[in-house]
Design a protein around this ligand. Structure first.
Ligand code: IMP
Ligand code: MG
Length: 191
């Protein structure tokens, strides 16, 4: 029997310089919108960690951090079963909370920070959960948006880049937990 091992191919879609420039602009926009106010950044673990840390450093306001963790119900397929990396998010419409925020969001200006907006299921779930706290305001900042994949309507106030329907890794985004540490956002083939 032959065992064929494919070498993953990573093509840069967004370079570290493009990302840095856009993240700085997003930070400036948030700073203008919330001038003189206090905000709380709520990052969605783990993918948004790198984006949040860069974004927050472009927002010179009185700010704090919190983090929320979610995962998709159902069996996430192995890379071999799902080379495109989409099945887990297509097959299961349900999201479960794995880590709640540590503090109340009541009467706070909340910026929910997410790596990528895909079907919209994850952010709709989190949005509902945070709105139950009755925040003063709730806005979404997403580095990437794949509008063609949307299953549930949702809009982010701050979007870094709209991208086509390709599976991307790097700058926090993973494939089976790997590649988060790549400085560029890359399209992955043969993961
Ligand atoms: P949604 O619930 O379909 O909007 O999924 C959002 C989540 O799916 C993100 O937080 C990512 O964890 C994951 N995801 C969706 N597309 C990609 C991708 O291209 N690369 C890496 N993760 C992705
Ligand atoms: Mg994620």
């Amino acid at each position: 029997m032959y065992k064929i091992v494919l070498v993953p191919e990573l093509k840069v879609l967004l370079s570290r310089d493009q990302i840095a420039q856009r993240v700085a602009e997003m930070g400036q926009e948030i700073s203008r919108d919330f001038a003189g106010q206090t905000i709380i950044f709520v990052g969605v673990l783990k993918g948004a960690a790198i984006f949040l840390s860069d974004l927050a450093r472009h927002v010179p306001l009185d700010a704090t951090f919190d983090f929320i963790g979610v995962s998709s119900y159902g069996n996430r397929p192995t890379p071999a079963e799902d080379p495109a990396g989409h099945a887990a998010w297509d097959s299961s419409g349900e999201v479960k909370l794995t880590k709640d925020v540590d503090q109340s969001m009541t009467a706070r200006n909340v910026i929910l920070v997410e790596d990528i907006l895909d079907t919209g299921l994850t952010l709709n779930f989190i949005k509902k959960l945070l709105l139950a706290h009755q925040p003063k305001s709730l806005r979404i900042a997403a580095l990437l948006d794949k509008p063609s994949r949307r299953k549930q309507p949702i809009q982010a106030h701050y979007i870094g880049f709209q991208i086509p329907d390709a599976y991307v890794v790097g700058y926090g985004l993973d494939y089976a937990e790997r590649y988060r540490n790549l400085p560029d956002v890359c399209v992955i083939d043969n993961p």
